[in-house]
Write a protein that binds this ligand. Structure first.
Ligand SMILES: Nc1nc2c(ncn2[C@@H]2O[C@H](COP(=O)(O)OP(=O)(O)OP(=O)(O)O)[C@@H](O)[C@H]2O)c(=O)[nH]1
Ligand SMILES: [Mg+2]
Length: 179
């Protein structure tokens, strides 16, 4: 039976892996979701609630939930946590003032019982903007080196051009294959 299942998965592909995309409002979460899907920049407006799309990378299927980041919506992020395998935390690399707030949200999420097995991908978005913080700066401000409870990775990207996003999908794929 196990052999048959392995064979079928090789032919039809794997089951779906749940991914949530979080981060403060205006970070670029929806832009990233649709850049993943269409490989193009899309016009967005602030997300009220969430968007969900299936993203396929080779034979790996991700069900990706993009959740609104406005303050009033952050309190309900937890309702999306169940069965999440990967958390994508999108950071607006131009928003120095609110990086501490992102840090608080990140560490709060990592402490949540439903996310204990999730891997975390931090996307340092808006790298096209002159003077934006580097991935290394963001990594330091978010104290990523102190995280030993979760597998994590930081990636610089630009949702307008798609730069850095294929590498992000590769890392996500490596995480779900590893488990
Ligand atoms: N320059 C630049 N602008 C970006 C980039 N990514 C997103 N933006 C812009 O940032 C604004 C917010 O993008 P959204 O994708 O709507 O942000 P969001 O994180 O989904 O915001 P909420 O839904 O309110 O939580 C839009 O005007 C985007 O065009 C980027 O890489 N570079
Ligand atoms: Mg949005």
């Amino acid at each position: 039976m196990g052999f048959l299942l392995t064979k079928m998965m090789a032919v039809f592909g794997d089951r779906e892996h749940k991914v949530i995309v979080v981060g403060l409002d205006n970070a670029g979460k929806t832009s990233i979701l649709y850049q993943f899907l269409t490989k193009e920049a899309v016009h967005t407006s602030p997300t009220i609630g969430s968007n969900v799309e299936e993203i396929t990378v080779g034979k790996t299927n991700f069900m990706v939930w993009d959740i609104g980041g406005q303050e009033s919506l952050r309190a309900s992020w937890y309702s999306y946590y169940g069965n999440t395998e990967i958390v994508i935390l999108v950071v607006d690399s131009t928003d120095r003032e609110r990086l501490n707030l992102t840090k608080e949200e990140l560490h709060r999420m990592l402490a949540h019982e439903d996310l204990q097995k999730a891997a975390v991908l931090i996307l340092a978005n808006k790298q096209d903007v002159k003077g934006s913080m580097t991935a290394a700066e963001i990594s330091q401000c978010l104290t990523l080196d102190s995280i030993s409870s979760h597998s994590w990775h930081v990636q610089a990207c630009c949702a307008l051009t798609g730069e850095g996003l294929p590498a992000s999908l590769d890392w996500m794929k490596s995480r779900v294959v590893a488990n």
